[in-house]
Design a protein around this ligand. Structure first.
Ligand SMILES: [Zn+2]
Length: 90
């Protein structure tokens, strides 16, 4: 399978290149030249469903941070109460 070296499209057609020999023209980007990429594989599809999981993970992280902050706040409150009791004159 022939590919355009500029945009990777397989929509190529041959044109007469005069003394230079065979040339190819790309329908997608207009590239013209004798150099084309030859490959057997199809281009990998750019679609990947990874954004959803990433978003839910970030939400989960924020919930954890909020819970951690709440715990720290409660612990500080407790410590301040203990310290006040310790520092209070008998
Ligand atoms: Zn092209």
């Amino acid at each position: 399978m022939l590919r355009c070296p500029k945009c990777g499209s397989t929509d190529l057609y041959q044109v007469l290149g005069g003394y230079a020999g065979m040339r190819y023209r790309c329908k997608q980007c207009g590239y013209t030249g004798s150099f084309v990429v030859e490959s057997e594989e199809e281009l990998p599809s750019p679609e990947k469903g990874e954004h959803r999981t990433e978003k839910s993970v970030s939400v989960y992280r924020w919930i954890r941070i909020a819970a951690l902050l709440l715990l720290v706040f409660l612990a500080l409150n407790y410590l301040v109460g203990v310290l006040r009791r310790m520092l209070a004159p008998m």
